[in-house]
Design a protein around this ligand. Structure first.
Ligand SMILES: Cc1cc2nc3c(=O)[nH]c(=O)nc-3n(C[C@H](O)[C@H](O)[C@H](O)COP(=O)(O)OP(=O)(O)OC[C@H]3O[C@@H](n4cnc5c(N)ncnc54)[C@H](O)[C@@H]3O)c2cc1C
Length: 306
């Protein structure tokens, strides 16, 4: 028989955002369960940047220190595993895990991140987060002035090429097939020495994730040291949608500025809610979710006892 345990709050996702929410709630004396299966999106990147006090540390070092500090609060419990189902109950919610364990709480926070969907280009996945990058603010300084490619097309390829020219003047736009940029956009890039290459990519040649060459289907090559691109993504966890949380057109969980979803007593924070994908932002949103959710408990207590 599976054991049922009750908490004030269950946080699904115990990476940067979930741990920040847990710290705010633990310090507010709430009984919290953090369920996490240990797959943060940045786990392959060798060094994380642009998070003050932790610049250049590995993602694991940052997460380990965060978990140690959160574990100091004895109202917070941790469960290692995958949350698979969520149901409404009379007093809130029940979350079930892949091992069949069940936990209940009156309020939920989803800090479950997103899952990047890798294109079918040989070598891409191995280079992801090492020399194939999502964000210049996180990794641009380390590859400044290097021969850099943008893998993208249309409006997005155009805008990303302009952005990256801040870090290097050696930028090439790879559209991986026919360009969908307007003539004017192509001319603007050319004026800034950014060429557009339409050849289809066969593979990325690399050493331990560090790019050496792009190899095209016609077997020609391009000596490129870093690529920026935006991969498609899906929500890491289906439970928010199961419980009625709305998504935006782009596929993020819809929240207000206090991290409340459209479903009462369900909050979401971190990468699953925003394009602004940084550790600092995930932590900030987690802290907000924890503080505001705690305030709801207080308001409920005062209105019941009025
Ligand atoms: C390759 C790469 C490199 C990056 N580099 C940087 C950088 O240098 N600097 C920077 O500031 N930002 C960087 N980022 C962005 C940063 O990593 C994210 O913004 C941050 O990790 C988001 O934190 P999060 O807690 O929202 O989600 P994540 O860190 O992705 O964590 C989500 C957690 O939820 C868990 N989870 C999901 N579903 C379930 C479930 N059903 N049950 C249990 N657990 C679940 C996952 O296992 C995971 O542990 C990088 C991102 C990528 C992809």
């Amino acid at each position: 028989m599976t054991e049922i345990k009750n908490f004030d709050v269950i946080i699904v996702g115990g990476s940067y955002s979930g741990l920040a929410a847990a710290m705010a709630l633990g310090r507010a004396l709430r009984k919290v369960l953090v369920i996490d299966n240990g797959k943060p999106c940045n786990r392959q990147t060798p060094h994380s940047h642009n998070f003050i006090t932790q610049d250049g540390k590995t993602p694991l070092e940052i997460a380990t220190l965060a978990k140690q500090q959160v574990a100091e609060y004895n109202t917070i419990s941790f469960y290692n595993g995958l949350a698979t189902n969520g149901n409404n109950t009379e007093n809130g919610f029940e979350i079930q895990t892949s091992s069949g364990d069940k936990f209940t709480a009156s309020k939920l926070i989803f800090a479950t991140g997103i899952k990047d969907i890798m294109p079918k280009i040989k070598g891409f996945e191995e280079c992801w987060g090492i020399s194939v990058l999502h964000c210049p603010y996180c990794h641009g300084y380390e590859v400044k002035n290097k021969a850099t490619g943008i893998l993208g097309n249309g409006e997005y390829g155009f805008e990303f090429s302009k952005l990256i020219s801040n870090w290097t003047t050696n930028v090439t736009l790879f559209t991986n097939g026919k360009s969908t940029l307007t003539k004017e956009q192509t001319k603007t890039l050319e004026k800034h020495q950014i060429t557009t290459v339409e050849k289809e990519i066969k593979k990325l040649e690399h050493t331990n994730g560090y790019l050496r060459n792009i190899v095209f289907k016609d077997e020609s090559t391009s000596l490129i040291k870093a690529i920026y691109t935006k991969t498609p993504f899906k929500q890491h966890c289906p439970i928010p949608e199961q419980l009625g949380c709305e998504l935006t057109d782009e596929g993020y969980i819809k929240t207000d500025y206090l991290q409340k979803t459209n479903v009462k007593n369900i909050y979401a924070c971190g990468d699953n809610t925003t394009r602004m994908r940084t550790v600092a932002n995930a932590v900030s949103m987690g802290t907000t979710a924890g503080m505001i959710l705690n305030k709801e408990f207080i308001l409920e207590r005062f209105s019941y006892n009025y």
